[in-house]
Ligand binder design. Sequence first.
Ligand code: UD1
Length: 378
Amino acid sequence: FSLLCVVGARPNFMKMAPIMAAFSALQPKVDVKLVHTGQHYDVAMNHQYFQALGIPDPDINLEVGSGSHAVQTADVMKKFEPALDEVQPTAVLVVGDVNSTIACALVATKKGVPVIHVEAGLRSGDRAMPEEINRVLTDQISDLLFTTEESGKANLLREGIADGRIHFVGNVMIDTLRRNLERAVPTTQICADHGRPDFLKGKAGYAVLTLHRPSNVDDPAVLKALLETAAKIAERTPIIFPVHPRTRGMIDKFGLSHLVDRSDVLLLPPMGYLEMLGLMKDARVVLTDSGGIQEETTALGTPCITLRNNTERPITVDEGTNTIAGQDPQKIMAAYEDVMANGGKAGRVPQFWDGRASERIAAEVLAWMQRGCTIAAA
Ligand code: UD1
């Protein structure tokens, strides 16, 4: 049997690392090959993760780069087709919800190659979010679907996916987190490495901020309000802010640099995995619009304030440390005050976020391949 695995953008890398490791330990052997679409290409968004997580070099690089959604998705599709023809795998495995995910899934299914989707079934209910379209469509054309939380199965069943295709296995990103926690880079070292060794001196903790969703950073009024709120928080709790390339571009374009060029805000380039882990682990609070960080903070027990109006990961709110605050400064400040007064929301670690999700996936994929890629009789 053979499996062609696809990665493209930063949030894919930490999901794929444990999956590839789990397959390499499997008997009988499944021949695994890795395709990198090149959706993310900067060293900081890309190579840094391969190195830190020990992901093998991709067997195939498609080098698509940036573009509009249509251009990027189409470029991945055009370049992925010949790669698929060459490898002729038993199945294609995609993770997450980025443009590379739907692009490769669509090419594979139309060529009659079965598709496996890891992190299936998450739904924000917000179709204005590009990832939501990618999720819904990828799940519809997937043959085998692995979910991270119970809500995923309910969503998939509602959309008509057969029960037998769906497996609740837990969270591969948390596999990576558990494996690497001891290697997390201390925050003091990150401050020193970026020329601010005294940034946290005499301070009672720090906050971490990440922003990159188009809905938060592409509109000048929204971005300005969010950065003003962050500045208000920074007056009391210094903020460490690793800046995504999209966000950096927008801050400059809209002339908002003065809101972040402050002594109580530490601006950083996009962080590597072990650096980000260290920052989240010891933060008093994390403010973010990322999906993955909502889950990682829940696994770490760090309070998280989500700067979006919804989440596709409701377990982080129902059981974890996450509070949905949206873009409203008052709600964000109320959530922050709760952290300052009460330490924020206490949470517990969700079921199967135990570091073994990838093993469950590899075992299930092998059994499925041995049945000729058909679902087991009920
Ligand atoms: C993509 C994913 C998003 C994910 C995010 C994590 C989609 C639809 N979006 O968003 O789900 O949360 O990655 O980072 O797939 N750029 C660089 N260097 C890079 C990559 C991008 O400078 O290595 C800049 C370019 O100006 C580019 C912009 O960032 O146009 C956006 O990149 P793109 O991959 O289109 O989307 P992201 O915003 O990164």
